[in-house]
Design a protein. Structure first.
Length: 254
């Protein structure tokens, strides 16, 4: 299914696709878009299936389904090849595409993500929580994984906005993406990725801890790892300048 998307920046710029976390929508990339546009990129960001304004699938999805949505989006827009910056679930989509659709991916930035996260049972329980207890209960839990306590205390208004972002995701859409994460194991696929890759981890990320970033960087040939202080899971929001600089530097290096 073609996801809802937004394009910013010059028509002639190199394309960079921004792929986000479960429980988010495309506005989670607001802190990075102006810098990427200033650097000359045409930024394409989208809502994952079942999130934001994208269609809600019927039943569980796989990582191949989510990655297929990105290929469909590129085809719809007539884009042969793009850079991909993905955070968490978005990074999983990026790894899948890097391994299975290498001709479509130029450079990769994998932020706060994992090649295998938790157990299928854990994600089944999360999906059941979404559909039985509701998305406010999911948002209550995710806000403490997404941000450090200090950031939440210093930014109560923004923390409320991000809570609202998750609380308004359709439960069926969230549950469908839980299935994709629970069924994913990309560890053995990583050595086949040829895209120049930057892996960014948050030192305070307890959802996808630094060891997960290290494993990804160890297995993708030539990948570089950066660990950022003062960043939990949504590191691009908590440390927007550092993430913006690292991403732009990787995508523009010649
Ligand atoms: O559990 C969370 O909210 C963190 C997370 C795991 C995968 C993802 O996209 O976000």
């Amino acid at each position: 299914m073609t996801p809802h998307h937004q394009i910013t920046g010059p028509d002639t710029g190199e394309v960079v696709v921004l792929a986000g976390s479960i429980g988010s929508n495309l506005s989670m990339w607001d802190p990075q878009v102006p810098r990427l546009v200033d650097a000359g990129f045409r930024v394409v960001r989208f809502d994952n299936r079942g999130h934001g304004r994208s269609p809600v699938p019927d039943g569980p999805s796989s990582m191949a389904d989510l990655a297929g949505d990105v290929v469909e989006l590129l085809d719809t827009l007539g884009i042969e090849r793009a850079h991909l910056v993905g955070l968490s679930l978005g990074g999983m989509i990026g790894m899948w595409l890097g391994a299975h659709e290498p001709s479509r991916i130029d450079r990769l930035v994998l932020c706060c993500t994992s090649a295998k996260l938790g157990t299928p049972q854990m994600w089944e329980e999360r999906a059941t929580q979404a559909t039985t207890k509701g998305m406010v209960s999911i948002a209550d839990g995710s806000i403490g994984r997404w941000f450090t306590p200090g950031w939440i205390q210093a930014n109560p208004g923004l923390a409320k906005e991000y809570h609202h972002m998750t609380a308004t995701v359709p439960a069926a859409g969230y549950a469908s993406c839980c299935a994709a994460i629970g069924g994913m194991d990309l560890r053995d696929a990583l050595p086949s990725i040829t895209a120049p890759t930057l892996v960014i981890g948050g030192r305070d990320d307890q959802a996808t801890p630094p060891e997960h970033a290290q494993l990804i960087a160890d297995r993708i040939p030539g990948a570089r790892l950066e660990l950022v202080d003062g960043a939990a899971h949504l590191g691009n929001v908590e440390q927007p300048e550092i993430f913006g600089e690292l991403i732009t530097e990787h995508l523009t290096a010649r």
